[in-house]
Design a protein around this ligand. Structure first.
Ligand SMILES: Cc1cc2nc3c(=O)[nH]c(=O)nc-3n(C[C@H](O)[C@H](O)[C@H](O)COP(=O)(O)OP(=O)(O)OC[C@H]3O[C@@H](n4cnc5c(N)ncnc54)[C@H](O)[C@@H]3O)c2cc1C
Length: 309
């Protein structure tokens, strides 16, 4: 950190030397030297303004279900959104708009829509994490992705100014959202648009999405799919056919039931990254296909583990 000035905030939403491992689903990662845990939009704006005026970079952490954080201490401030959780509903004819703060768990948004028979977000059934993380990675399943149901997003720019984006002006790609590509901004809130359907039909679609997860190892520490599917192919299939299932590095092991999931059994972030790179190399050597990471790799890595790539 270039300027270690202690912020003068009246509320105690700033924490120091906070371990990040308990905040991520893989259960690994060093401590954040400084972490903001805003509860409101104003506290979030306060955190961003302080970071901006101190010339700092920052990292946004939602539910931690799609990140690999290095074992070393996290030097730049972390903004953890999980305490910013609220949903407000507005109706207009058959359409229900759900205004959600960025840290709202996606499962709560889905539960509310299923309870009311509102359709549109069934593709998110079973996806852990927050609303902010879901739109940053355009999370989804075979049934679709959340971006298709986004009416608008409010972001905070690094200088603390707010921007409102219409969902239709955002480029939603496969596990990507143009708002956050190469841009340091934070989703503050998201409005989802859903349509009145029947409760049974919405529940049926969500159950169908859940059935697609039958091979996912849900009782182990994972972060979902490690790699994105290459065009026209399945990363899990390529990893499986390259002999990755069950191989391990330290405490990290490739799931026996889904080759694109790495389970952490008391290993380190370095174990997980080493294993992921080894798997990627196996696929490259067998099929000539390069796999891109779906999980976001964050923190300080002195050097990436050498697997002879
Ligand atoms: C068992 C399991 C199953 C999964 N299944 C799926 C699946 O089917 N489909 C799928 O797409 N994913 C899946 N995932 C991955 C993960 O749950 C999703 O990507 C989820 O949407 C990530 O949300 P998060 O809040 O945990 O984000 P985090 O992991 O905290 O962050 C992910 C990225 O989003 C950024 N981010 C988070 N919040 C914000 C914000 N407010 N503003 C800007 N950027 C932000 C972070 O900086 C980071 O780059 C699965 C994970 C697990 C553990």
């Amino acid at each position: 950190m270039r300027n270690p000035t202690v912020p003068d905030f009246s509320g105690s939403y700033v924490r120091y030397n906070t371990p990040l491992a308990p905040l991520v689903t893989w259960g690994v990662g060093g401590a954040a030297r400084m972490m903001f845990v805003p509860r409101t939009e104003d506290e979030l704006a306060g955190a961003v303004s302080w970071i901006h005026s101190n010339g700092e970079d920052f990292f946004v952490l939602g539910g931690g279900s799609n990140v690999l954080i290095s074992d070393a201490a996290f030097e730049i401030p972390v903004i953890n959104t999980v305490k910013m959780s609220a949903i407000t509903v507005r109706r207009s004819g058959d359409t229900a708009y759900m205004d959600c703060l960025a840290g709202t768990p996606m499962k709560e948004v889905l539960a509310l829509s299923l309870k009311n028979g509102w359709s549109g977000l069934e593709c998110a059934a079973g996806i852990p994490g927050t609303v902010g993380g879901a739109i940053a990675g355009n999370a989804g399943s075979k049934a679709g992705s959340v971006g298709a149901s986004v009416e608008s997003v409010v972001t905070l720019e690094p200088d603390g100014s707010r921007t409102v984006w219409s969902g239709s002006e955002i480029n939603w790609g496969y596990r990507s959202c143009s708002l956050f590509e190469g841009e340091k901004r934070i989703a503050q809130s998201v409005t989802f648009r859903t349509t009145s359907s029947s409760k049974d039909e919405a529940a049926r679609l969500a159950a169908e999405t859940m059935r697609g997860r039958k091979f996912q190892p849900v009782s182990s520490r994972t972060a979902g799919c490690v790699f994105k599917n290459p065009p026209g192919n399945s990363a899990g299939k390529l990893l499986d056919m390259s002999g990755c299932k069950g191989i391990s590095v330290g405490g990290a092991r490739v799931s026996e039931s889904h080759a694109n999931f790495i389970e952490n059994h008391c290993g380190s972030a370095r174990d997980i990254l080493s294993l992921a790179l080894l798997c990627r190399k196996k696929v490259l050597m067998k099929f000539g296909t390069h796999l891109d990471f779906e999980v976001k790799i964050a923190g300080i890595w002195e050097a990436w583990p050498d697997v002879g790539e």
